[in-house]
Design a protein around this ligand. Structure first.
Ligand SMILES: *Cc1c(COP(=O)(O)O)cnc(C)c1O
Length: 389
């Protein structure tokens, strides 16, 4: 008998290796951008969430530096103690104005925003209905809340309706949770239908706009705007760390909801406030998103161009359905996906293999950015052609 209490860790790691699920970090030695220096090699970057190219923008850098000079590097406490600055409130107001909600509260990450919101608004007597492909932060928020948790098949309104008919009456409150842009697939949730269902069955609806903020909708307000649902009552969560090029998360909704979260969301109350630099950079980004729609236009031009190139010259590539800058092609297994990722990398393309347990089926995931040139996209397609996928 093996009595060593930590011996299982090595054994588990060996299992992970064996399944081709093992993961490790890769070092980038340059500013974020359409091309990056990855372990000494210049590669075209299709692995970044920096959709609008703001993470290296001079104006964000300048805002962050000024904030550090004025307020220091750390915020020194939680928002309710010594951590609150006017910058935090300015950012919350800027997001409120973009989303056209009543109020917003910013968290130290999108992950913490989901944990905080979900655990605050439902508990043991309540029901959560969760899309099967939801992000980890939604899934773990649901588990942590202690509510009864039921997954429904991906974007399946009929199955969701059935589950509501069967189970809604057995619980006090009900919350439907979903990504708006699905982060590992690139497709969209059926938001108008979800809102109608939520109304019909007296449920709350929480949508995670992490990949939609700055990207979807006329003004970049997200899928709520894209689907023409602005002003309808729901809970919008998102991140400051993707299109907004900074770090942090937010929850936007009614004044009552936001006020309640400031009193009841443990991952907001008991953690240090967002740093002045991150806050100021995100604020600069929200302003740029509002003032420079041409960045979003360029992003969508690029997405459409790449989709056209792939359809025309790679008819055998199995692209998953996508209505966002996230394009995935499916591969038979984790080992094939890893090999494809490695080939791409050797050919100067940085596009990660996404494998279980992150997703049910292995794939290569490409994120398009506004800062890619047509030449970058053409080079990607040339490499894919040579790989004969
Ligand atoms: C990235 C992401 C998050 C987490 O946001 P962070 O700010 O990086 O913690 C949450 N939800 C979804 C859908 C995401 O893609």
């Amino acid at each position: 008998m093996n009595n060593h209490p930590y011996a299982w860790i090595q054994a588990s790691l060996a299992t992970i290796h064996h399944a081709d699920w093992y993961r490790s970090v890769q070092t980038i030695h340059s500013l974020p951008g359409a091309t990056v220096l990855l372990s000494g090699q210049e590669v075209i970057n299709f692995a970044s969430n920096d959709y609008l190219g703001l993470a290296a923008d001079q104006r964000l850098q300048k805002a962050a530096i000024t904030a550090i000079k004025d307020f220091g590097t750390g915020s020194t406490g939680s928002r309710l103690l010594s951590g609150h600055r006017e910058l935090h409130r300015n950012l919350e107001q800027a997001i409120t104005s973009t989303k056209q909600t009543e109020d917003t509260v910013i968290f130290s990450s999108g992950y913490l925003a989901n944990l905080g919101a979900i655990t605050a608004i439902v508990g043991k007597r309540d029901l959560i209905l969760s899309d099967q492909y939801n992000h980890s932060s939604l899934k773990n928020g649901a588990i942590l809340s202690g509510a009864a948790l039921v997954e429904y098949p991906h974007c399946d309104i009929i199955k969701l309706t059935e589950k509501l008919q069967e189970q809604r009456q057995n619980y006090r409150r009900c919350l439907i949770i979903t990504d708006s842009v699905f982060s590992m697939d690139g497709d969209l949730c059926p938001l108008p239908q979800l809102l109608d269902l939520a109304e019909k069955f007296s449920c709350m609806l929480l949508v995670d706009e992490a990949h939609a903020t700055g990207v979807m909708g006329e003004t970049g307000a997200g899928c709520v705007e894209y689907f023409g649902c602005t002003g309808r009552e729901l809970i919008q969560v998102g991140t400051l760390s993707k299109a907004l090029g900074s770090l942090g998360g937010y929850v936007a909704g009614s004044s009552a909801l936001v006020d309640f979260l400031r009193n009841r969301a443990p991952s907001w109350i008991y953690t240090t406030a967002l740093s002045p630099a991150d806050t100021a950079a995100a604020l600069a980004a929200v302003e740029i998103v509002q003032q420079e729609p041409e960045r979003r236009q360029q992003l969508w031009d690029n997405v459409n161009y790449l989709k056209r190139l792939i359809t025309e010259s790679l008819p055998n590539l199995k692209l998953l359905p996508s209505e966002s800058p996230i394009l995935c092609f499916q591969l038979p297994d984790a080992a094939t996906a890893l090999k494809a990722g490695k080939h791409l990398r050797e050919a100067g393309i940085f596009a990660p293999a996404i494998r279980p347990p992150t997703v049910p089926t292995s794939r290569i995931r490409l994120s398009v950015m506004a800062t890619h040139t047509y030449l970058h996209l053409e080079q990607l397609v040339e490499v894919l052609k040579r790989m004969q996928l």
